[in-house]
Design a protein around this ligand. Structure first.
Ligand code: ATP
Length: 853
């Protein structure tokens, strides 16, 4: 047996091996040690000392889920023949044949119990082609499949958008992930696999894919084949994704704005959580995807906004729609399981109910006047399943079971032959009940019972003290088993009746299985249309949820303008507002008016005054607006944002364990390199992570660069009051502050954004609010007085800065200095990605360049 185990383990490579033995999956050797620790189950040893542990089959899913969550991958080796078949094949000592039927990995799950119903589950394959990275992403629980090709520098942003459960890469790749054979990640092989998979001669119908994307697709499809071990997986045709379709949001910004997860990884406290009023799992998944990738095309945004607006205005329609959706099963994922061959009667039942309800939703909405255009395009996808729904209605019982093995899911009256078999089995059972009465009478033992179990089948059972009468040779009973207290017998007529029941039952099961297959096939034949229905329902749920949220919070429909402005009146932060409300306080709404003439706001004011909240709420409003949502404001007019950046000074995100000044500077460098005049940037206390002089100098230079070079819309919060001097030098920069006042010696934070710079910093007042001991405060006051005196005398930190030449002049000087072409060419070479041939070519090119220089 161990030889068979080791052979399977070799195939399973770095996966833990679940080895089926009877009613358990057993793990051996190191696998056992790992699993026992991770699952908190007993580690035992075989007779020969090999460590082992096991999990019962009926609870295997829960244990699998824990292993997968802990980052393991599991190969499941099943018995593929019965012990009887094994004996017939190889004699009494023959070992039951086992085969790995599936690799269970985080990215390839379809089981309801193992998945979060409100989150997508992405498997991502990455293929490197020099500086271009092919990215193939699939959620096989719903069949969604995206292909893209991104620059290496943009990869992190894409991965942060998707939040993949698992990443696969080619062996030896520079990117992190589960390594798979290099050959899988070749463009030609990828193209071949895609064509074969979707049965097409050309991929043109799906869109244009470059070599990197095709190579990634190859890696993804090969991995899916390997993990499914011959079973099918669910993939819809690939959707090409281009970065330009969406607002670019890099990983650090996503993290800082807590769009779909907080910085500690929770959904609660994120923007998504504050906005989400969807009532279906599919709706919640789509909303998360929308917020993670706001659109960049005004017409598509307007279409979504119009639908939200219509549903916000039509309260009755919205209520009705949400009520209908609430009862809806997750048809996308039910279909995914059916395609993967792991579907159950219950999944078919879910399709029946879901598709039936979709039709009702259609009829309800189609009857309403003046539907917005997006609704008109969604409606047709909700219908057209009549024949399938009717068939499933006739065929299935009202609540079909998850387990097909016991039968009982096909409704009476669907198949006369099956009805006959059931009647036979029923008759047999009635006959057995009659036998029990007869035996009692015949033997005079009133407590005699006919029982059933898996080993003996039907048998007669009496208490030990009554057994003698039945033991007699002429009693008509045959002894089968003696247990403590009871004795069990068989009898010829019972045997006969039992045989009839068993045969009818077995035939009925076979008939039910055949129906299950046929019904599954009928559903699979319509898979594309079912996917379209699931997608349309999810879109409706998102729109109705956003409408609900807008009505609930008094949000407004944003107006999109064709130039880069950002004019928000009465803006609010949805997450902080909820937190403030929980504390019984009122959130103070604030305006933000960025225009061509005033596109950079410098915001000062005391700690805890609400600067960060103000900055973030405006970034979130941009995200919400471009995701097609109403926004928490009285009015909102904005020009599309092509890239959104949010950076928080180092000392503000200590909680992330990445408080280094270095990270802050790397992230700021990325903004200066990438922000365009259509971008929106919030910078929160940049420069704070280092010494005062260095920090101020950096903050000063960054503000100048953003203003002069990037020319983007920007909110810049700072404690460096010296920066306010920039207002006189940079014409599109204006000064603002969060208001505070002192009342009877106490600091009162008004959380109100006002014109002009803050008059003072209130640092000591905040410290007092925080409960710093009196003597320390008194001492701090003395020190402050001394410092301020010094500042007044010398001009302070920023003395002399006014004489600095303008940034623009400096920038010109810098660009005038000619860059060295040889260095530039060298910097462009990615040494790891070069073939020997390419390397030689590169060398010749460099020599030519050197000669020219
Ligand atoms: N507009 C507002 N209305 C009501 N309360 C607010 C508002 N803005 C912020 N607050 C409250 O003030 C707290 C501090 O806000 P925030 O973190 O934005 O201040 P800050 O000025 O950035 O502080 P620091 O300079 O210390 O980082 C918030 O947690 C919230 O409770």
């Amino acid at each position: 047996m161990m030889a068979q185990y080791h052979a399977l383990k070799a195939q399973a490579s770095d996966c833990l091996l679940f080895y089926r033995m009877g009613d358990f999956f057993e793990l051996f050797h190191e696998d056992a040690t790992i699993a026992a620790q991770c699952l908190d189950i007993a580690l035992t040893a075989r007779g020969d000392g090999i460590p082992m542990c096991g999990v019962p089959i009926h609870a295997a899913d829960a244990y699998l889920a824990r292993l997968i969550r802990a980052g393991h991958r599991v190969a499941v080796a099943e018995q593929v023949e019965t012990p009887e078949q094994a004996k017939k094949r190889g004699g009494s000592k023959a070992l039951v044949e086992r085969r790995i039927i599936r690799l269970v990995t985080a990215g390839t799950l379809t089981e309801e119990a193992l998945l979060d119903s409100r989150a997508a589950n992405w498997l991502v394959a990455l293929a490197e082609q020099g500086q271009q990275i092919g990215l193939a992403a699939a959620d096989i629980s719903t069949g969604r499949f995206e292909l893209a090709s991104v620059a290496r520098a943009a990869l992190d942003a894409e991965l942060a958008r998707l939040g993949p459960s698992e990443i696969v890469v080619a062996e030896g790749a520079t990117l992190a992930g589960v390594e798979q054979p290099r050959g899988d990640f070749a463009a030609a092989a990828g193209e071949r696999r895609l064509k074969a998979r979707f049965g097409v001669a050309s991929l043109d119908g799906f869109g244009q894919f470059d070599a990197a994307a095709l190579a990634a697709a190859g890696g993804l499809l090969a991995y899916l084949e390997r993990t499914a071990q011959g079973a099918a997986t669910f993939l819809q045709p690939p959707l090409p994704r281009t970065a330009e379709d969406h607002m670019a949001i890099d990983a650090a910004t996503r993290d800082s704005l807590e769009l779909t997860r907080t910085q500690t990884g929770e959904r609660k406290g994120s923007l998504l959580d504050a906005v989400d009023r969807t009532v279906t799992g599919a709706g919640a998944r789509l909303l998360a995807a929308d917020l993670a990738a706001p659109l960049n095309a005004a017409d598509r945004i307007e279409a979504r906004l119009a639908l939200v607006g219509w549903l916000a205005a039509e309260g009755g329609a919205r209520e009705g729609l949400r009520g209908a959706l609430r009862a809806l099963p997750d048809i996308g994922r039910a279909l995914g399981r059916l395609v993967a061959g792991r579907g159950s009667p219950r999944d078919l039942g879910q399709l029946r109910d879901g598709l039936g309800a979709a039709r009702l939703v259609h009829d309800r909405l189609a009857a309403l006047a003046d539907p917005p255009p997006l609704l008109a395009t969604l409606l047709p996808a909700l219908r057209g399943h009549g024949a399938l729904v009717e068939e499933l209605r006739r065929a299935l019982v009202p609540t079909p079971p998850i387990e097909a093995a016991q039968g009982g899911f096909i409704a009476d009256g669907f198949d006369p032959a099956l009805d006959d078999l059931r009647a036979l089995s029923q008759d047999g059972r009635r006959a057995i009940a009659a036998l029990e009465a007869r035996y009692r009478e015949q033997t005079g033992i009133a407590a005699l019972k006919i029982r059933h179990n898996g080993v003996l089948g039907y048998h007669v059972e009496v208490a030990a003290r009554h057994a003698d009468a039945l033991m007699a040779a002429d009693s008509g009973f045959t002894h089968r088993q003696t247990l403590a207290g009871v004795v069990r017998f068989n009898a010829p007529d019972l045997h006969e009746a039992a045989l009839k029941v068993a045969q009818a039952g077995a035939h009925a099961l076979v008939a039910e299985q055949a129906h299950l297959e046929a019904l599954t096939q009928a559903a699979l034949d319509r898979r594309d249309a079912i996917c379209a229905t699931a997608d349309a329902l999810a879109r409706l749920d998102v729109a109705a949820g956003l409408a609900e949220r807008a009505v609930e919070g008094g949000w407004c429909r944003p107006t999109l303008l064709p130039f880069p402005c950002f004019e928000i009146e009465g803006g609010r932060h949805p997450v902080v507002e909820a937190a403030v409300a929980r504390a019984g306080e009122r959130f103070v709404a604030n305006d933000c008016l960025l225009t061509e003439e005033s596109r950079l706001w410098l915001v000062t004011g005391p700690n805890m005054g609400g600067k960060s909240t103000f900055l973030r709420q405006n970034a979130l409003i941009a995200v919400l607006a471009q995701a097609g949502s109403f926004v928490p404001a009285a009015t909102a007019r904005l020009g599309l944002v092509d890239r959104l950046f949010s950076r928080v000074g180092a000392s503000d995100n200590l909680a992330r364990g990445r408080s280094t000044f270095m990270v802050e500077m790397i992230e700021t460098a990325a903004i200066l390199a990438q922000a365009t005049p259509r971008s929106f940037v919030i910078l929160d206390e940049v420069g704070r992570g280092t010494s005062t002089y260095d920090g101020l100098a950096i903050a000063w230079a960054v503000v100048e660069a953003v203003h002069e070079t990037n020319r983007c819309r920007c909110l810049f919060a700072t404690h460096y009051h010296e920066l306010t001097r920039l207002a006189g030098r940079l014409d599109a920069l204006s000064l603002h502050h969060v208001r505070a006042t002192e009342w009877k010696g106490d600091l009162v934070l008004l959380h109100e954004v006002a014109q002009g710079a803050a008059d003072r910093s209130y640092g000591l007042a905040v410290a007092r609010l925080a409960g710093l001991p009196r003597p320390v405060l008194a001492r701090a006051k003395e020190v402050l007085a001394r410092l301020e005196k010094g500042r007044d005398r010398t001009g302070g930190l920023a003395a002399g800065l006014d004489e600095l030449p303008l940034f623009a002049a400096l920038a010109e000087r810098e660009t005038a200095a000619r860059p060295d072409p040889l260095r530039a060419a060298l910097a462009e070479i990615d040494a790891d990605a070069l073939s020997p041939r390419d390397a030689l070519d590169a060398l010749y090119r460099l020599k030519t360049l050197a000669a020219e220089g």
